[in-house]
Design a protein around this ligand. Sequence first.
Ligand SMILES: Cc1ncc(COP(=O)(O)O)c(C=O)c1O
Length: 407
Amino acid sequence: MSSLPINPPARLLMGPGPINADPRVLRAMSAQLVGQYDPAMTAYMTETMGLYRTVFDTANEATVLVDGTSRAGIEAALVSLIEPGDRVLVPVFGRFGHLLHEIAERCGAEVHTIETEWGTVFTPEQIEKAVARVRPKVLAVVHGDTSTTLAQPLDEFGEICRRHDVILYTDTTASLAGNTFSMDAWGVDVVSAGLQKCLAGPSGSAPISMSPRAVEVITARKSIEAGIRSEGDPVSASPIRSNYFDLAMILDYWGEKRLNHHTEATTMLYGARECARILVEEGIENAVERHRVHGTAMVEGLRGLGFEIFGDQRYRMNNVVGVAIPDGIDGDAARSAMLTDYGIEIGTSFGPLHGKIWRVGTMGYNARKDTVLTTLAVLEQVLRSGGVRVTAGGGVGAAHDFYADAL
Ligand SMILES: Cc1ncc(COP(=O)(O)O)c(C=O)c1O
């Protein structure tokens, strides 16, 4: 059977991610391969470490890529930090908090959760109270939970964790580069992310950074695998329970030893490096501001169309907004009309929010004025087709008004 070459339909991805990749990233990913110990390759790896230190706002030497989607970064962090029987505290404010719980449990942790209604976040007091009660080894918390569109303020969590001698891990897949994140200033010990949201790349690489304190915990269980082990290399009685996600070995691969582990996913590394280069050229603060401006324009436009905005707006991520699906509209049918008639994708939702809200993203390469205005114009038509009364041009007009003041 013959098959046709890949030729995907033209789409404007305005959901909660993935989004259209920056063409620069796609170009970088079409470059030819080199060997994994070629000086060019090891130089790219070292440059990538430096670039992600800037993106995470950290001085951590241990800043590398985990090969795999964002979930791979989460698994690597948790399986490398947690020994079976360790207590882990997970504050859950959306779907991805449940994912941290699930992964920590599979690592053999005794997991304790606290929950808050989707659409709200925790106060530092609630966190400190739970930390004092549970006395966990690790506090694992999502920064921006795409499922609810909210970002949990983390700036006081590091100090709480220091006071109680707890390791702080956070997942910034949805929030990084679109919202302020300051690893060292906030006292975060381990952070992981992905490329497919505000970093403007495809999914498949998970940047991760570890504080010296976290590296100490992780390398205490270092066990070099047979076949590459030399005399005197450590063999732990309680090794990290995953070989692929063993950050102690991954650090030896990225570090001066260049001790072989996996074969670095060269094409993904080219892509991840380009994502970070673009951000560093723009300036991380400027990138966050770009997301704030276009994200707010989208919110103003959605309000102009009569949508009710979901969740506590003080904590909304800059890059994604949830809107209540108007009465009488079949959410999935309307989204599918947007895709087939206009080539625009917006997001559905999960769990308690499924069928109740849509999620509209303005992130990475798509955090732009033209994408915001086009999406609002199309949403107006979709509402009309569903029989909702809307002011003609109400969405685009409100966004234009906002831009007139903001730009
Ligand atoms: C906050 C958050 N964490 C983790 C993930 C999982 O990412 P991936 O699908 O790249 O593994 C996502 C994906 O949307 C996310 O939004």
